[in-house]
Design a protein around this ligand. Structure first.
Ligand code: WTA
Length: 656
């Protein structure tokens, strides 16, 4: 990483501070900074005692004999423990008052609702587990899941966990090529999908995309199809001998408790692989294991969202991203929470949809992304004022830095100054929240994420690994292992070591820039590597570039981010064309479409600019910093089809 730390800008000098209300504090699980501090110290000084007590309510069939082992960069947690993650999420609630409690309240985009109790969810997961086994899926086999936001996606994930088959959920916005690459990278044996999903009233043809992706996936033996919409609304073709109807399969397994019994696995057995963007063109299969991941997701859900039995909790993320894994499925369900699962878009039918759902289901805890909040701000306060939001008691934010204005707007207009806002920092790789405030213990400082969660030791360092004093910018690193950390990159342990443990010795390198303030709060500024965060979606610039150069007209491409009021970052690409192709408005559209085809619509560049040549250093490296400056310094001209000469700028920059 040839970045110097001085380039990490600090945020505005926000000075507003909000204390949690007395009403909140009185009922909170952790009620003061002192209480937090005591537990935090214990988590570092007596980790055995801390983790033993804090994981006591999880179901370990055999307790751990050793807390962890840390042979850099490989860590193991809860050594000797055996478990099945689905037992902590489901079985442990049966036979308690939670058995009949709603586990999932599903709301479709058009407004249908379905509620699944813990007992019902358990029944379905047992049947699906038996069903997967009947298809030949066993412990260690990989299952790809390409579905929308329906309860069945949760059933599918938990059934995989139950039979010890690591799942890889692929976000439904990814195109066939991306799905194919992920299936092939992990060698999935079975794909779970659905006929189609609804998004802003339109059809997302998930099954058709699976059909396209699986033209070239030799490991896939079966495709299980959930009929969400039916043949009239979402016509599909079932491939004889390969495709299986979800309901028929599951119905045939109902009551076969034995066949759906949990596979008891080792603490370090892989639970899932989730692909995420890195600084090369190939996405990384981040691998999480069972006990440690569960412990992280469970504990953070409990303390950061202060989950209590009466809560109706809603995380608006898609289950295809890590936030959906940890905070729709494993964390809240292992706590026995009632979770809202919403199929559609925030603006379907209008921008009041979230507020209407909060009123309808009396949501108490809302966890969403800054990009959504900024979109709401643009709509004004009229819509949230139309609905009764008095059930809310806690708000959360995740995915990208939240600017103080958005944070304060959220606090005032949605939380009505009653609800603490927790800004949670973490990554696909960290598995669970690592930096946050605890809502009843800490004051909220808009623009700052907060303090380390239990067991976490973050530090802001310079390039040599030396600590940067509070106030100064640097790289955010983690100095100690934590239970839910990724264990490796699937099939590429060398890349795992290089990516996270080679930049600075003996610590985990997050790839984020940050500073610590005088109260010990961390302010995460954003990525300092070649990863962008566009509307909360993590996108590697190299992925975009390799998609672009796969188009026959493109000679060379560079993708950079530019600050964007709504999306946090917007994606700007600079392209040089192969003659005889010429820059034109039409070519711009074609290239945007090509990226959407190759990766997914969410990765379509916001701006395509054509250049004579790309500015390079003498050694031939693209001058990204310069391109970033160009991308953010100039407004997009109406006429982006003209050929720009960036060579002059490059000369100026290299003369500096
Ligand atoms: C960014 C999402 C600032 C950060 C859970 C990180 C944040 C990347 C925050 C991981 C936050 C996430 N404040 N930045 N509260 N939360 N990020 O893997 O750059 O999709 O490295 O995980 O998002 O994105 P990922």
């Amino acid at each position: 990483m040839n970045q110097d730390t001085t380039a990490i800008e600090s945020h505005s000098s926000e000075s507003r501070v909000f204390e949690p209300s007395q009403e909140f504090v009185e009922k909170a699980r952790i009620r003061s900074a002192e209480e937090y501090q005591k537990l935090y110290r214990e988590s570092l000084d007596s980790p055995d005692t801390f983790w033993k007590r804090e994981t006591a309510e999880l179901v370990f069939r055999t307790p751990f004999s050793k807390l962890h082992e840390w042979k850099l960069p490989h860590a193991k947690w809860f050594i000797g423990a055996t478990l099945n993650v689905s037992e902590s999420c489901l079985d442990r609630h049966l036979g308690t008052a939670r058995a009949d409690k709603a586990a999932i309240i599903w709301e479709s985009e058009p407004g249908e609702s379905r509620t699944l109790s813990y007992a019902e969810l358990h029944r379905q997961v047992v049947a699906m587990s038996a069903a997967l086994r009947s298809l030949g899926v066993g412990k260690g086999d990989r299952v790809a899941i390409y579905m929308g936001m329906v309860p069945e996606v949760v059933v599918g994930m938990l059934a995989c966990a139950r039979i010890g088959a690591p799942h890889t959920v692929v976000f439904g916005g990814f195109a066939a090529e991306s799905l194919r690459d992920r299936i092939n990278d992990c060698g999935a044996k079975v794909v779970l999908t659905q006929d189609g999903a609804l998004r802003r009233g339109g059809l997302v043809p998930l099954k058709a995309t699976v059909d396209k992706a699986t033209l070239d996936t030799p490991t896939v033996e079966k495709v299980v199809v959930f009929r969400r919409l039916g043949q009239a609304q979402a016509p599909i073709e079932m491939k004889a001998g390969r495709d299986v109807d979800w309901n028929e399969l599951v119905d045939s397994m109902k009551g076969q408790a034995e066949a759906g019994a949990p596979e008891i696995v080792d603490a370090e057995h892989p639970l899932f692989i989730l692909y995420t963007s890195g600084s090369t063109g190939k996405p990384k299969g981040v691998m999480h294991t069972s006990a440690g991941y569960l412990a992280g997701a469970h504990l953070t859900s409990k303390y950061v969202f202060d989950l209590q039995d009466k809560d109706v909790y809603w995380c608006t993320a898609d289950v295809g991203w890590v936030t959906g894994h940890s905070y729709i499925v494993y964390g809240p369900l292992s706590n026995g929470a009632t979770c809202v699962l919403y199929e559609g878009a925030p603006n379907a039918p209008d921008w009041g949809r979230f507020w209407q759902l909060i009123e309808k289901h009396k949501v108490t805890v809302l966890y969403t992304a800054p990009t959504a909040i900024r979109a709401f701000i643009r709509q004004g306060t009229e819509l949230p004022e139309k609905y009764d939001l008095s059930s809310l008691r806690l708000l959360g934010s995740v995915g990208e830095p939240i600017n103080p204005e958005a944070s304060v707007w959220y606090y005032e207009n949605i939380g009505k100054k009653r609800c603490p806002v927790v800004d949670t920092w973490w990554q696909t790789e960290t598995g669970s929240i690592l930096l946050t405030t605890l809502p009843g213990a800490h004051r909220m400082k808009p623009g700052a994420t907060g303090l380390p969660f239990f067991g976490v030791v973050p530090e802001v360092v310079d390039q040599s690994g030396a600590r940067v004093a509070p106030g100064g910018g640097g790289f955010l690193v983690l100095k100690r292992p934590w239970p839910s950390m990724l264990r490796t990159i699937w099939g590429d342990d060398e890349r795992f070591q290089r990516q996270y443990y080679s930049e600075i010795e003996n610590v985990y390198f997050t790839g984020d820039g940050a500073r610590e303030d005088s109260d010990g709060y961390f302010h995460v500024v954003g990525r300092i590597d070649d990863v962008l965060n566009v509307a909360g979606h993590r996108i590697g610039t190299a992925e975009i570039e390799s998609a672009l150069v796969s188009h026959p007209a493109v000679a060379e491409a560079a993708a950079v981010g530019r600050p964007d009021d709504l999306k946090g970052q917007a994606l700007v690409v600079f392209v040089t064309l192969k003659p005889p192709h010429v820059a034109s408005e039409e070519m711009k559209k074609k290239l945007g479409e090509h990226v959407a085809q190759e990766i997914g619509k969410f990765a379509r560049p916001d701006v395509v600019r054509f250049a004579e040549s790309l500015p390079k250093t003498r050694s031939g490296k693209i001058m990204r910093r310069l391109l970033k400056d160009i991308a953010s310094g100039q407004k997009t001209q109406g006429d982006v089809s003209t050929l720009e000469d960036l060579g002059v700028l490059a000369k100026l920059a290299s003369d500096e």
